[in-house]
Design a protein around this ligand. Sequence first.
Ligand SMILES: Cc1cc2nc3c(=O)[nH]c(=O)nc-3n(C[C@H](O)[C@H](O)[C@H](O)COP(=O)(O)O)c2cc1C
Length: 200
Amino acid sequence: MSSTTVSDTDPFRLLTDWLAEAKRTEIADANAMTLATCGADGQPDARIVLLKSHDEQGLVFYTNYESRKGQELAENPRACLNFHWKTLQRQVRVLGRVEKVDPVEADGYFASRPRISKLGAWASDQSRPLAERSVLEARLAEAEARFPDNNVSRPPHWSGFRVVPLRFEFWREMPYRLHDRLILSRASETGAWETSRLFP
Ligand SMILES: Cc1cc2nc3c(=O)[nH]c(=O)nc-3n(C[C@H](O)[C@H](O)[C@H](O)COP(=O)(O)O)c2cc1C
């Protein structure tokens, strides 16, 4: 059994490998991850977002800074991310500080999005009450009129967050619920990664 446990000392490389496998096996959204946040009121909240890039600097997703998650992260810039790939029977947990993505980086990603997605970023007051669907459609039509071609600028409230990890857990299903749990953690963002294991 021990021969099938995970061993790696670089969490970013291991995440890259597992994501690549998940992209081959999952039917959709292998990059979907649960983002858990907790604002000043102490009430945890969670929702799915898509991982758009990752490297040694951290894991990046994009959203509306004025959304509920955006407000919670403004109040408490710490988050937990969780990937679950059913086809692989694997889970990855990532804990860390959250920072805003550089505007130039966000512009680059925004420019790569389909035109309607760009217009949607202007049209949606994400997480705020919507009286009826027609209001959203009218706002989308306004954005379409304002930006008649694909040259849609990035709304100032729409950008990315980067989770800068201090701890990863790579969980892998093993027979009889004797799962493998590999922890890669570091004491500070410039520290070396240390490896440990947890009982399942
Ligand atoms: C598969 C999937 C992917 C999603 N990706 C994103 C995303 O990348 N960014 C985002 O803001 N919301 C994304 N959402 C919507 C969020 O789950 C959520 O409904 C929205 O961001 C509002 O969350 P909030 O009110 O907690 O801020 C996604 C939902 C699903 C189911």
